[in-house]
Ligand binder design. Structure first.
Ligand SMILES: Cc1cc2nc3c(=O)[nH]c(=O)nc-3n(C[C@H](O)[C@H](O)[C@H](O)COP(=O)(O)OP(=O)(O)OC[C@H]3O[C@@H](n4cnc5c(N)ncnc54)[C@H](O)[C@@H]3O)c2cc1C
Length: 425
C-alpha cells in the first residue's frame, strides 16, 4: 500500500523531503502557510533593492506540476495528535498521515531585549524584505524633506548580528547608499548616511575561519561600515540603540539579524526541545518515542558525527529532508532505518562587489573576486526555477554594469514597524 506522508513546511527541508518521497511513488500532502518556497539567502538583496521579491520565491504548486501524487495545501499547522496521526490546521481541518515530517523552520529571535520586538526589523519572511527596503528608503525621503533629521541619525542603519546575514546586509547597504541613493538625493549629504554593524563576539562571521573573519571585517571597514564587535544591545527605542559598553547610537533604522529560534510547533506538541526550541531527534531524525514523526532543518536538534549541533543553514535542511524520505520508505518496507550523516559543504558570505569569503571542505579558503564569483555561481545554481535564475542573473548583470538598483520602491504606508513574523523571545 502507498504510504501517505504529510510534510509541514515547503522550505529547504520540506521541499527536498517531498520531492524525494514523490520520486519513489509515495503520496505526499505538503502543507505550508505560504504558497511559495522562499530562497532566504537572497532576502537581503530584495531588502537592499537589488532583486524583486518574485525572483527569490517559487510557487509550491509549480514545483510539483509533474507529480500528481503530491497535494499542495496552504494552511498553518497549529496542532497534531501524534497517537491518532493527524495534524490540525488553523481552520480546524484535520489531515491524517502515515508519517509526518515537520520542517517548519525558525523565526527571528529577539532574546527578550526591550524594544526589539516593537522597533527592529527582522528578515525572515518574504514580506519582511520589501518592508525593510521601504523603511530605509523612507528615512532618506524624510531626511530630504527635513535635512535637520540627518544629525539625529535618520540616515543611520544599525544591523545587529555579525553572521552572514548581517555582513551581507551591511555590505549591500553601503553600496546602495554611496552608489545609488547618493544620485537619487543630490540635495542630501548622503556621505553622512551610516551603516553600523554590531556583533557581540570578538569578530564578525563567528563560525568562519580566522582568515575569512579578518578579511570580511577589513572589507566592511574599507567600504565604510562601522563594525562594532564585543558589544551587546541592551535596549532600543525607535531612534536610539543602547549598548552594554555604555554607548548609545542614534539610528532610525534597526535591522535584527542576531539569530533565530525554532518555531514553537515542537513545544506545542509536547516534544522535548533544546534551549533554543529545536526538537530533540534520534540519530535517524525521527522523534524518540514517535517512530512516525520526523523532524528536519532549522527545527531539528540534529548533531554531526562529533556530537555538535548542526547549524541552522540550508544544507542540513536539504540533506535532512532527503534522508528522512529514504528512512520513511525503509520503515514502510519493514527495513531498519539508518542514522543521518551530515556532509559539511562549507560556508560562504559576500561582502559586496568583488568581495566574498568561502570556507570550503579540504581546508580551501576563497576570498576576493574568486570567492565572489563562487558565491554568485552557487546561489544562481541553487535558486529554484529557470525564470528566477534568469531574472536574478539579468538583475545582477544590470546592477553590476550600471551600479543601479531597479527596485527601490516604497510599497507600504508609513508605519513604525515590523516583521510579519513577529519575533520570538
Ligand atoms: C536572511 C537569511 C539569510 C540566510 N542565508 C543563508 C545562507 O546564505 N546560506 C545558508 O545555508 N543558509 C542561510 N539561511 C538559513 C536557511 O535559509 C535556513 O537554514 C533554511 O531555510 C532552513 O530550512 P527549513 O526547511 O528548516 O526551514 P525554512 O526554509 O524556513 O522553511 C520553513 C517553512 O515552513 C513554513 N511554516 C512555518 N510554520 C508553519 C506552520 N505552522 N504551518 C505551515 N507551514 C509553516 C514556512 O512558511 C516555511 O515555508 C538564511 C536565513 C535567513 C533568514
Amino acid at each position: 500500500m502507498t504510504v501517505h506522508v504529510v510534510v509541514v513546511g515547503g522550505g529547504f527541508g520540506g521541499l527536498n523531503a517531498a520531492r524525494a518521497l514523490a520520486s519513489h511513488g509515495a503520496r505526499v500532502t505538503l502543507i505550508d502557510r505560504e504558497n511559495f518556497h522562499l530562497f532566504q539567502p537572497l532576502l537581503y538583496q530584495v531588502a537592499t533593492s537589488g532583486l524583486n521579491p518574485a525572483d527569490i520565491a517559487y510557487p509550491l504548486r509549480a514545483v510539483f506540476h509533474a507529480a500528481p501524487q503530491v497535494q499542495v495545501r496552504i494552511g498553518e499547522v497549529v496542532n497534531a495528535d501524534l497517537d491518532a496521526r493527524h495534524v490540525v490546521l488553523a481552520d480546524g481541518t484535520r489531515v491524517p498521515y502515515d508519517h509526518l515530517v515537520l520542517a517548519a523552520g525558525a523565526t527571528t529571535a529577539d532574546f527578550g531585549i526591550p524594544g526589539v520586538a516593537e522597533h527592529a526589523l527582522g528578515l525572515k519572511r518574504l514580506a519582511d524584505a520589501p518592508r525593510l527596503r521601504g523603511e530605509v528608503l523612507r528615512r532618506f525621503e524624510e531626511a530630504d524633506a527635513k535635512p535637520e533629521l540627518v544629525a539625529q541619525g535618520w540616515l543611520t542603519t544599525m544591523i545587529v548580528g555579525g553572521g552572514p546575514t548581517g555582513v551581507e546586509m551591511a555590505g549591500a547597504l553601503v553600496e546602495l547608499f554611496s552608489k545609488v541613493l547618493a544620485k537619487d538625493f543630490p540635495r542630501l549629504d548622503v556621505s553622512r548616511a551610516k551603516v553600523v554593524l554590531v556583533e557581540m563576539g570578538d569578530e564578525v562571521l563567528p563560525p568562519f575561519s580566522p582568515q575569512s573573519r579578518r578579511h570580511a571585517a577589513e572589507q566592511l571597514r574599507r567600504r565604510g561600515v562601522d563594525v562594532l564587535t564585543g558589544c551587546r544591545v541592551q535596549r532600543v527605542d525607535g531612534t536610539h540603540v543602547w549598548l552594554d559598553d555604555g554607548q548609545s547610537v542614534s539610528a532610525a533604522t534597526l535591522v535584527w539579524a542576531a539569530g533565530v529560534t525554532a518555531v514553537a510547533l515542537p513545544a506545542q506538541l509536547g516534544l522535548s526541545t533544546t534551549r533554543d526550541g529545536r526538537a530533540v531527534v534520534s540519530e535517524d531524525l525521527s522523534v524518540p518515542g514517535h517512530p512516525h514523526v520526523w523532524i528536519v532543518g532549522d527545527l531539528a536538534a540534529a548533531k554531526d558525527a562529533g556530537g555538535q549541533m548542526l547549524p541552522q543553514v540550508a544544507q542540513p535542511a536539504i540533506q535532512g529532508g532527503r534522508h528522512v524520505a529514504q528512512q520513511i520508505l525503509r520503515r514502510h518496507a519493514g527495513l531498519a532505518t539508518r542514522p543521518f550523516v551530515y556532509r559539511d559543504k562549507g560556508s560562504m558570505a559576500t561582502i559586496g562587489r568583488h568581495a566574498a569569503v568561502a570556507d570550503l571542505p579540504w581546508g580551501i579558503h576563497l576570498k576576493g573576486v574568486v570567492g565572489w564569483l563562487a558565491w554568485l555561481f552557487l546561489h544562481l545554481l541553487t535558486l529554484m526555477g529557470f525564470r528566477n535564475r534568469l531574472s536574478v542573473l539579468l538583475n545582477w548583470a544590470w546592477n553590476y554594469a550600471t551600479w543601479d538598483r531597479g527596485t527601490r520602491l516604497i510599497l507600504e504606508t508609513p508605519s513604525r514597524r515590523r516583521s510579519g513574523e513577529g519575533m520570538a523571545a
